[in-house]
Design a protein around this ligand. Structure first.
Ligand code: ADP
Ligand code: MG
Length: 204
């Protein structure tokens, strides 16, 4: 990896929603440099801390885009969003089923990364790069392939993990779709997401 640390952690504070403001909630967190201040007496330091005014573009440029250099050199990279329902994971990652119609500052991490990646691949005429995508859901401790070919009408088999000799973790039988541009990725994402188990809660 091109940096000293191969895991970086950032925290993003989202603005209070209209519902939260309506219930009288007030801001209690502040991002200062790389720290999150929680009231007057707690401070937590991360690799990145993003305030409510941070745009998706700014977050992408600082925290995600640098990984592209490593990916283009053949390293694996993972970008993971973690947090309670309603905390802003989908907004940040840009993984809404209609992510393709987002634009400008609201475009999330995934379409930006994929866009930049295809631009880099197109600019590099010295090699041939194959790009494919998979999509799986873990729900109630079970993995489901969201890109199953449904034409057979068969019920999807439960996917199994396979840990290879070098500690690589593979999901046996997971479908891979060939993708050649950002629009391909967003179309596959939209189709796959419609297969998810979703339940609306008070939080979203
Ligand atoms: P999650 O995917 O973590 O459940 P969402 O991404 O759906 O959460 O976010 C919940 C709500 O908050 C959505 O309406 C989303 O548009 C809004 N939201 C999240 N983060 C931000 C942000 N940084 N700026 C403005 N709105 C945001
Ligand atoms: Mg979400």
């Amino acid at each position: 990896m091109s940096s000293d640390e191969n895991i970086k952690v950032g925290v993003r504070i989202r603005p209070l929603s209209a519902k939260e403001l309506g219930e009288g909630d007030t801001e209690c967190l502040n991002a200062e440099d790389r720290s999150i201040e929680c009231g007057d007496d707690h401070q937590f330091t991360y690799d990145y801390a993003f305030n409510t005014s941070t745009t998706n573009k700014q977050l992408y440029t600082r925290a995600a885009q640098p990984l592209l250099d490593d990916v283009m050199r053949g390293f694996n990279a993972t970008i993971m969003a973690y947090g309670q329902t309603g905390s802003g994971k989908t907004f940040t990652m840009g993984t809404d089923a209609d992510a393709g119609s987002a634009s400008g500052a609201t475009l999330g991490v995934l379409p930006r990364f994929v866009n930049d990646m295809f631009a880099r691949i197109a600019a590099d005429t010295s090699r041939v790069v194959h790009t494919s995508c998979s999509l799986l859901e873990i729900y109630n401790d079970q993995m489901r392939d969201l890109l199953m070919d449904k034409s057979s009408g068969a019920e999807p088999a439960e996917l199994k993990l396979d840990t290879g000799k070098k500690g690589q973790v593979n999901v046996q039988g997971l479908n891979r779709c060939e993708v050649n541009c950002t629009a391909d990725v967003l179309r596959v994402l939209g189709e796959g997401l419609s297969e998810r188990v979703v339940g609306a809660t008070n939080m979203n």
